[in-house]
Structure formats: structure tokens, C-alpha cells
Design a protein around this ligand. Structure first.
Ligand code: ZN
Ligand code: ZN
Ligand code: ZN
Length: 366
């Protein structure tokens, strides 16, 4: 994780206090970028920018200190630059695999229809949870999506995604599959391969039978190529490995994606809708840089991991970072974040980070 060169440049901007009303717009744009990237409230960002130069102010992005530097670039104004990452050793190049959490919610989606609980009414955008899905982009621009839930179109538009080389399906439950028809704008040039296991392929052909039958011309149907996943598959520079897992009594798939970047390999493991990781699957899920794992709620559930089960497994697998997904409305993002942090500290796990995932979260593996 960390800022890429592009993100560093994105928050460079000019702020000219007391002078030139025309620069108000520039100030607002810089403020908006600060708020978006740092999670600061607007008020704090205003205070930050109003601080007199040349004092450098530390801000934190992804828990890492980033310096806000001011430079006097004229008699009456300063240019503020956000971007001196203090520990540059960790970011020797900008090559990265990028993960975008398209959705982090359980099958109902949060807010739940008709629910007036505190989480469903929360103003925190991280408490708005669409159905669980993940997009992965490789260094070469390759893009794969894991699952196509009911909000698929909204999720792709929201994330600005334009490229899809393959769809990986975990299983055929409605909250993971029923947005599949929305891929039509992405398969005009060629059919999109859909990889999954035998049971899900069968369900897919039944649920979307119209896709595979001859119908009148001009009807606009998705062009799919359903394929049984081999034990290992390369999509551009991404090495994809299916991980058999248990979802209650169902046999479904988790996924591991590895990419060789200059000088190192990075890996992400995605285990949604999981209640057990069979022994034979453990080596496939071992030691990922990032593990995104089903953590439905605090209480145990027959077909999903609880927070505790998920975090313990993450530590056993020696994941560097663990994020919980498929979250219910039992707890807010803040509450789950506090729980994860306390759990990690109390057990002195080596895992560097345990936290809830949230919609639109971007995780970079550099
Ligand atoms: Zn689900
Ligand atoms: Zn609720
Ligand atoms: Zn499910």
C-alpha cells in the first residue's frame, strides 16, 4: 500500500491565501483532494492549509506519515505540496497490483431495506455496503472481477472500470451472480470467459439459460464463455489459482492471484462466503500479502466465518494484511475496525494489519 506517483501528483496544488479571489477554486479543489485522500474532515483540512508556512505538517495516508510541504512561490502565496512519503524505501517503484473492493456487504446489502438500525442509518460512507465483489488490476492493465452481484453495473461505473479480461465466480448464490447480464458493454468485441467450478457452471447455465439459447437478433445478450477453471491459469501477468473452500456444506471457490512485479512477487487471496478452509487448500492460501476474508458478524454462523474465526485464520495463514468482507449490519465500520485492532494486539499476531474492508477501498500491492 502507499501512494503511487500519480496520486502524489494529484494532491499537488496551489493555495494562495489572502490574494486573488480567482484561486478560490484552486483552493477548494486542493481541499477536496486532501479530504478524499486523507479522510480528514473539511474543517481539519482548512486548518491544515491555513497553517503558516514553512511549517511542514504530517498527515497520514493508509497509516503512513506523509509530509505536507509548503513552498513560497511568490510574494503573496505559497504552493502546498502533499507527497513527500517519509519512508521512500518502501516505495522503490510504482509498479503494483491494484485491488478495488467493489462491495463489502452481506447478501441483503447495507442499508437493509426497511431497517432503521444505527448502521443502516449511519452517515459514514464506509457503512454503505454493496454486495461483495472484488476487482483486480494487474501492472499491464489486465482486469479480472471476482463475482457479479446485483449491483455490478453500479459498482463498475462507480469505480470507473473499463476493462474486463475475465470473470471469476466463487459460487452461484444470487448476491454473487445476478448482475452478470450487466457485462454487455464490456463484451462487444469478444466473449468474456467466466471461470468457476462444475457446480457453479451448471447453475450459471440454468439461471442464465436465455444467454445460451438462440433468440431473435438485436436482443442484446451478454457474450459469455463459461469455462471450468484449471488448477492454474494465467490472465496476462496475473497467475490465478482457485482455492476449494466450504460455504456451509457447499463446495465453492476462493481465489488467489499472484503477480510478478519488478524484483518481487505480490499475492492476494480472496475467501468470501467461507465457513471452513479444508486442509488440502491451506497451501494455496498461504502467506498472501493481502487476505480479504468473509467475516459476517461477531456471532458464529453456519455458512460464514465470524470476525474471530476469520482473523485467527488470517494469522495462521501468515497474511501480511487481513481485511474482513461480506459484513452484516450488526456493526459499523468504526466498531469493526476497533475490534480488529484490539484482537490483533491482544493476540500479538504478526499480521501487520487487521481491518474491515469497505466499498471503493483501493489496496495496492507494491
Ligand atoms: Zn454471499
Ligand atoms: Zn440495519
Ligand atoms: Zn453464499
Amino acid at each position: 500500500m502507499g501512494l503511487t506517483m500519480r496520486e502524489r501528483q494529484a494532491v499537488t496544488g496551489e493555495y494562495r491565501p489572502r490574494y486573488h479571489t480567482a484561486t478560490k477554486k484552486g483552493k477548494q479543489a486542493l481541499l477536496d483532494k486532501l479530504v478524499r485522500l486523507t479522510g480528514y474532515r473539511q474543517k481539519s483540512a482548512v486548518r491544515l492549509l491555513a497553517a503558516k508556512p514553512p511549517k511542514a505538517t504530517a498527515v497520514y495516508i493508509d497509516g503512513r506519515p506523509v509530509k505536507l510541504k509548503s513552498e513560497k512561490s511568490g510574494p503573496y502565496f505559497w504552493t502546498w505540496r502533499l507527497g513527500e512519503v517519509s519512508n521512500t524505501e518502501e516505495y522503490p517503484h510504482t509498479a503494483s497490483m491494484k485491488l478495488i473492493v467493489l462491495g463489502s456487504g452481506t447478501s441483503y446489502g447495507i442499508p437493509v431495506i426497511g431497517c432503521g438500525c444505527l448502521v443502516c442509518r449511519s452517515p459514514d460512507t464506509r457503512d454503505k455496503r454493496m454486495r461483495s465483489s472484488l476487482y483486480l488490476a494487474g501492472e499491464g492493465g489486465e482486469g479480472v472481477v471476482i463475482d457479479t452481484g446485483p449491483e455490478f453495473r453500479l459498482q463498475l461505473v462507480r469505480a470507473g472500470i473499463r476493462r474486463l479480461d475475465a470473470i471469476l465466480l466463487t459460487h452461484a448464490h444470487a448476491d454473487h451472480l445476478h448482475g452478470l447480464d450487466d457485462i454487455r458493454p464490456l463484451c462487444r468485441e469478444h466473449p468474456i470467459p467466466v471461470y468457476t467450478n462444475q457446480a457453479t457452471l451448471k447453475e450459471l447455465r440454468e439461471r442464465f439459460s436465455y444467454v445460451f439459447h438462440e433468440t431473435q437478433r438485436g436482443g442484446g445478450k451478454p457474450r459469455l464463455e463459461p469455462l471450468l477453471i484449471p488448477p492454474r491459469l494465467n490472465i496476462g501477468g496475473l497467475a490465478v489459482t482457485p482455492i476449494p473452500v466450504k460455504h456451509g456444506t457447499l463446495d465453492i471457490l476462493g481465489w488467489r492471484i499472484d503477480e510478478a512485479l519488478p524484483g518481487k512477487r505480490v499475492s492476494a487471496v480472496y475467501l468470501t462466503d467461507t465457513s471452513a478452509l479444508p486442509r488440502a487448500s491451506r497451501p494455496l492460501a498461504n502467506e498472501p500479502d493481502v487476505l480479504i476474508i468473509d467475516g459476517l458478524r461477531m456471532r458464529p454462523h453456519e455458512t460464514h466465518f465470524s470476525f474471530e474465526q476469520a482473523l485467527r485464520l488470517g494469522a495462521e495463514l501468515k497474511a501480511r494484511q487481513v481485511y474482513l468482507t461480506h459484513l452484516s449490519h450488526d456493526h459499523s465500520h468504526q466498531e469493526i475496525a476497533a475490534y480488529c485492532q484490539a484482537f490483533r494486539e491482544n493476540h500479538s499476531f504478526e499480521t501487520a494489519l487487521m481491518a474491515p474492508a469497505f466499498d471503493e477501498q483501493e489496496i495496492r500491492l507494491v
